[in-house]
Design a protein around this ligand. Structure first.
Ligand code: GAP
Length: 447
């Protein structure tokens, strides 16, 4: 990670430009909860849409679902989460701060140096009550992963989608974990969004598919502009594996806090379907007509965090450049992810420029996510567009009124070209499709 990027700079840019705000800020904020602002919500939507496009739409062997966050409590018994989804919690006997024992370097409180209690297992699932009575029988949980909604719908999907194995089921949605030590901005929060896909395969083919999905997922980040020097794969040691996994590899990103998990690809074997079969009493096996075999499928699971991906894309795109003696902060986001693709900026708010500028805006916004801005100096408006990662700015000046031409300014090269208004949409389409940003960039750009 280049020295220029720090978490503080990312947090500050996010607040300054409307990517991410502290939740409930006017009440002093709620620890580790964050709200996405106008450009943040576009960026996050673009990340999720790019994932859905690659993982579902561009494939014939993956379908999607959207399951509920609150599920039958038996789901969590069967999945092992009630018993095993725990972290070792220790508390400082002096200042009463709580810590994850497995993350401590020394066996004293990192905050005050006080003595710590013995570790106890702390279950990370949020508990609440379903209905008006707060009693044990009404206890339900907010899901800590979206995956279980997929497993319990496996038979429904196989029956209704008329698909054969190997078959993937994808889902994007909120998950909740009562993390002991959340922090580092949106890296670890208690409410977050996951992008998960469970790929059901014949036992014996699972290791091949595991390697396949690890490589595919790595490629996804690279294709969306993450620099390879900031990505690496890390295979889990046996002691690290989750209770359901036979193998797991993390795709790690070099965040400003150091190398950290971005996504995990796990071989979950037949653990989940087998357990749900046992606990529900329903047969969740699969019949393979071509070989006349019946088996419980194995599952390969690429599981990514939407918020953590957004953070990685922001960190990777962040640059500080010296331009004409001044520092320019620019987000070199992949055009498919950029919240705004084109900004229309009349040179000033002069009433003679306004009709043509609005005409240009109306043309481009039919084809791209576009923004119109005629406030403040043109320099300040460029600065804002650079900081939100807008690939192209179009300026309309007094000469435009004479010759019908406008200027396109390119975010990364700062090159400017003048073209007739009639050619604008076509030119931008070609440029967003990769003429100046590399290849295959149109995919997802109009999501
Ligand atoms: N279904 C498997 C599963 O949930 P995980 O490694 O616990 O696996 C997958 O989570 C991804 O979800 C992580 O790689 C990370 O991107 C994201 N994630 C997990 N916990 C998170 C948290 N507390 N805050 C933000 N993202 C989180």
């Amino acid at each position: 990670m280049p020295d220029q990027v720090t978490m503080d700079k990312i947090v500050s840019l996010c607040k300054r430009r409307g990517f991410i705000f502290q939740s409930s800020e006017i009440y002093g904020g709620l620890a580790s909860c964050w709200d996405y602002g106008p450009v943040g919500v576009e960026l996050k939507r673009n990340v999720k849409n790019a994932w859905w496009r690659t993982m579902v739409e561009e494939r014939g062997d993956v379908v999607g679902i959207d399951s509920s966050i609150i599920m039958h409590p038996m789901v969590w018994k069967a999945s092992g989460h009630l018993e095993s989804f725990t972290d070792p919690l220790v508390e400082c006997k002096v200042c009463h701060q709580r810590w994850r024992a497995d993350q401590l370097e020394k066996q004293v409180c990192p905050s005050c140096g006080g003595e710590l209690t013995d570790p106890r297992s702390f279950n990370l699932m949020f508990k609440t009550f379903m209905g008006p009575v707060e009693e044990a029988a009404a206890v339900v949980y907010l899901r800590p992963e979206t995956a279980q909604g997929i497993f319990v719908n496996f038979q429904n999907v196989v029956t209704t989608s008329r698909k054969r194995l190997p078959l993937g089921i994808a889902q994007i949605g909120k998950s909740f974990r009562n993390e002991i030590t959340p922090g580092n901005f949106t890296f670890r929060t208690r409410e977050f969004e996951q992008m998960e896909m469970e790929f059901f395969v014949k036992p014996g083919t699972d290791e091949e598919w595991y390697a396949y999905w690890a490589a595919e997922r790595y490629k996804w980040y690279v294709n969306l502009g993450i620099r390879e020097e900031n990505l690496r794969m890390r295979e889990h040691a046996a002691a690290e594996l989750a209770h359901y996994a036979k193998a797991c590899v993390d795709i790690e990103y070099l965040f400003p806090i150091g190398w950290s998990e971005l996504e995990g690809i796990a071989n979950r074997t037949d653990f989940d379907l087998r357990r749900h079969s046992e606990w529900s009493g329903k047969d969740l096996s699969y019949y393979e007509g071509t070989t006349n075999e019946r088996y419980i499928p194995y599952v390969i699971e690429p599981s990514a965090g939407a918020d953590r991906s957004v953070l990685a894309f922001l960190c990777d795109a962040y640059r500080e450049e010296e331009v004409e003696g001044a520092t320019r902060v620019v987000l070199k986001l992949h055009p498919a992810l950029a919240p705004v693709k084109v900004a229309v900026l009349p040179l000033s708010r002069n009433e003679r420029l306004s009709p043509m500028a609005h005409d240009v805006y109306n043309r481009v916004r039919k084809c791209f996510v576009a923004e119109y801005d005629d406030t403040q100096s043109i320099g300040r408006r460029y600065r804002r567009q650079d900081e939100i990662g807008t690939p192209f700015c179009i300026t309309i000046d007094f000469e435009s009124l004479e010759d019908g031409q406008v200027t396109i300014r390119e975010r990364d090269s700062l090159a400017q070209i003048r073209i007739p208004v009639e050619e604008l949409v076509e030119t931008l389409q070609a440029k967003l499709a990769g003429e100046s940003f590399g290849t295959d960039l149109w995919a997802g750009a109009r999501t």
